[in-house]
Write a protein that binds this ligand. Structure first.
Ligand code: COA
Length: 266
């Protein structure tokens, strides 16, 4: 199983299922996003992308992003580094766009604190599963700041402007159940069920035709950026491309032969 321990991130890839895990690994400081951690997260995604590019078909079906330790997914940007950075040079966006830009779906598995930049990272994932006791918030307002990695924009898109303003202006922390009720996470489950719930969902995605899954991520993301008419044209173009793939051929043949399809990612 390919795996690597970077300074602040660990990742591995199960070659049988294509399920990769990326773990933020600074549990002593609640996985706060230091510049090193931000760089390591990007390196991990880029390495998975390279393995995927080099494979015959696809190597990565889905990525699970999680935090090390019992207490946090991620407590936000590393506040101790703020005094060292010059105005204008602090940029969360590379790390908060990497999951969104990654070719395969990314699931955030959230246990414990998910604050500030940690919430921004989670919001850039395709799916969020949380423990009922996880705590979500945009704490930046308590520091006289605001989220700077796209968090307010993604949250407003997800739950509407008023809920986004309430969470970010009050700096309040809401639990996993409330986050699920508000639509911030897909599902909140008791802590002891989180691993299994995420694993089951990752396995479900990994059994799907990978090119369809990647295309769905792409076209739905596109819908957030362009007009409805342009999005519809784009979806149609992607449909035409998929029709030419071996997997589309396999899907229709398997249907005609009344058997399970075997996806190749080609
Ligand atoms: N940056 C740097 N260090 C952080 C951090 C962050 N965002 N969040 C937590 N830590 C560190 C703490 O300083 C502490 O370090 P220490 O053991 O060397 O003192 C360690 O992580 C554990 O945190 P602690 O505050 O002792 O845990 P707690 O359970 O009492 O409180 C929080 C947890 C999350 C409520 C609290 O740590 C907090 O408010 N953190 C800042 C969250 C924030 O504002 N994030 C947005 C940044 S823009």
């Amino acid at each position: 199983m390919p795996s690597e321990s970077l300074a602040t991130v660990e990742w591995d890839l199960d070659e049988d299922t294509g399920i990769a895990t990326i773990m933020l690994n600074r549990p002593d400081v609640l996985n706060a996003l230091s510049s090193q951690l931000r760089e390591d997260v990007i390196t991990a995604f880029k390495t998975l992308e390279r393995l995927d590019d080099e494979s015959d078909g696809v190597a990565v079906s889905v990525v699970v992003l999680e935090g090390a330790g019992e207490k946090a997914f991620c407590a936000g940007a590393d506040i101790t580094e703020f005094s060292e950075v010059q105005t204008g040079s602090f940029n969360m966006s590379p790390v908060t766009s990497i999951a969104e830009e990654f070719v395969a779906p990314v699931i955030a598995k959230i246990d414990g604190y998910c604050l500030g930049g940690g919430l921004e990272v989670a919001l850039s994932c395709d799916f969020r599963f949380a423990s009922e006791d996880a705590l979500f918030g945009f704490s930046e307002v308590n520091l006289g700041l605001i989220p700077g990695g796209g968090g307010t924009q993604r949250l407003a898109e997800l739950v509407g402007p008023s809920r986004a303003k309430r969470l970010s202006m009050t700096g309040e922390k809401i639990d996993g159940n409330k986050a699920a009720e508000d639509g911030i996470v897909n599902e909140a489950v008791p802590e002891e069920e989180l691993d299994e719930t995420v694993q089951e969902f990752a396995q479900e995605l990994s059994g799907q035709p990978p090119l369809s899954i990647r295309s769905l991520k792409d076209v739905v993301n596109r819908s957030q950026e362009v007009s409805l008419a342009e999005g519809r044209r784009y979806e149609r173009r992607v449909f035409d491309i998929l029709q030419e793939t071996e997997d589309a051929d396999e899907g229709t043949t398997a249907f005609a032969e009344d058997r399970e399809p075997e996806w190749q990612g080609k």
